[in-house]
Ligand binder design. Structure first.
Ligand code: AMP
Length: 290
C-alpha cells in the first residue's frame, strides 16, 4: 500500500493508473476505520483495479460547536486495517494541503439540505460537497463508494454528480451494524457505557415502525408520532429529529408510497448518532427494506 500526503503526488499517481487503463474505485473517509468503511473497500475491490481511500477529517463540514477536535483519530491503526483490507493507495493530506488558501468560490448545495442533518447542521453539506469536489478532481475515480448510513449525504452527492456531469458512478453500500443493531460509527467510542447500552434501541424502534408499515399503516404523521413516543420513553439521549421523507428527494408527504427514508438523529452527551432505514412501498403494498 502506498501512503500519499500531497495533492500533487496523488494527481500524478491517478494519472499513471488511468494511462495504464486501470479503473479507480474511491472510498472517502474521516478515518478511525471500522467494518462499515471496510465494507466499502470490499465492494470497490470487487469492481475496480485500484482502490484509493482518503482519510481526512474535513474542518469545513463541522460547525463551531461540533466535535472536530474530539473526532477520534488513529492513523497507525487505520494504515494497518486499510492495507490488510486491500487498499492500494491511502491518501492522507493535512488540512493545509487541502485548504492552502482561502477559497475563492464555494460550493453551496441548494436542494435536499433543508431537512434532517442539513437543517440541524447548517453549512454541513456545503463543506462535504466542497471537499468531495476537491477529492473527485484530484483522484478522478471511475466509481465512488458511499454508505447508506449517511443517506442524506448520498442524496446530495447523487445530485451534484448529475448537476456537474462528473464521469463517475456512485455505488451505495448498506449500513453495517454491531451485533446488537447499533449502526457502526467512528463516533460510537465517544458514547458513555450507559449510552452505548441504550443506543441499539434507536434501530430497534426503526424496525418496529417498519413493521407498522408492513402491516398497512400509511399515515406519515401517525408513524412519526409513534416512533417519537417509543423513542423518547426508552432513551436518555435527546431526539434531534425523526423524519419520514421521500428518498432521494427528501420531501415531505402525507401518505407513504414509493421509496421513503425513515431517519433519526439523537444527541448524547458527546456524540450525535444518526440512523435510518430506506423502505420501498410497492404498487401491491409490499414493503421492502433496502
Ligand atoms: P465517515 O468516515 O464517517 O465520513 O464515513 C466514510 C464512509 O463510510 C461514508 O460513505 C459513510 O457512509 C460510510 N460508513 C460509515 N459508517 C458506515 C456503516 N456503519 N456502514 C456502512 N457504511 C458506513
Amino acid at each position: 500500500m502506498i501512503v500519499v500526503k500531497t495533492v500533487k503526488e496523488m494527481q500524478q499517481l491517478s494519472k499513471k493508473f488511468k494511462s495504464s487503463d486501470n479503473s479507480i474505485g474511491y472510498v472517502a473517509t474521516m478515518g478511525f476505520l471500522h467494518e462499515g468503511h471496510l465494507s466499502l473497500v470490499n465492494e470497490a475491490r470487487k469492481r475496480d483495479d485500484i482502490v484509493i481511500m482518503s482519510i481526512f477529517v474535513n474542518p469545513t463540514q463541522f460547525g463551531p460547536n461540533e466535535d472536530f477536535e474530539t473526532y477520534p483519530r488513529d492513523f497507525e491503526r487505520d494504515c494497518q486495517l486499510a492495507e490488510a483490507n486491500g487498499v492500494d493507495v491511502l491518501f492522507y493530506p493535512s488540512v493545509t494541503e487541502m485548504y492552502p488558501s482561502e477559497l475563492t468560490s464555494e460550493i453551496h448545495v441548494v436542494k435536499r439540505t433543508n431537512v434532517l442533518c442539513g437543517k440541524s447542521r447548517p453549512g454541513h453539506f456545503d463543506g462535504v460537497a466542497t471537499v468531495l469536489f476537491k477529492f473527485f478532481h484530484i483522484i478522478s475515480p471511475d466509481r465512488v463508494y458511499f454508505g447508506m448510513k449517511d443517506a442524506q449525504q448520498v442524496a446530495v452527492i447523487e445530485g451534484f454528480l448529475t448537476d456537474y456531469f462528473f464521469p463517475i458512478s456512485l455505488v451505495t453500500c448498506p449500513t453495517v451494524r454491531e451485533h446488537d443493531g447499533l449502526a457502526k460509527s467512528s463516533r460510537n467510542v465517544n458514547l458513555t457505557t450507559k449510552e452505548r447500552k441504550e443506543a441499539p434501541i434507536i434501530y430497534e424502534k426503526l424496525q418496529q415502525v417498519k413493521m407498522l408499515v408492513e402491516n398497512g399503516v400509511r399515515d406519515c404523521e401517525q408513524l412519526k408520532k409513534t416512533i417519537v413516543n417509543k423513542l423518547s420513553s426508552a432513551i436518555t439521549g435527546k431526539i434531534d429529529y425523526v423524519e419520514l421523507l421521500t428518498y432521494p428527494d427528501l420531501t415531505k408527504t402525507n401518505t407513504i408510497k414509493g421509496k421513503m427514508i425513515l431517519a433519526v438523529a439523537v444527541q448524547y452527551s458527546k456524540v450525535r448518532l444518526i440512523d435510518n432505514i430506506i423502505l420501498t412501498i410497492k404498487e401491491d403494498n409490499e414493503c421492502i427494506e433496502q
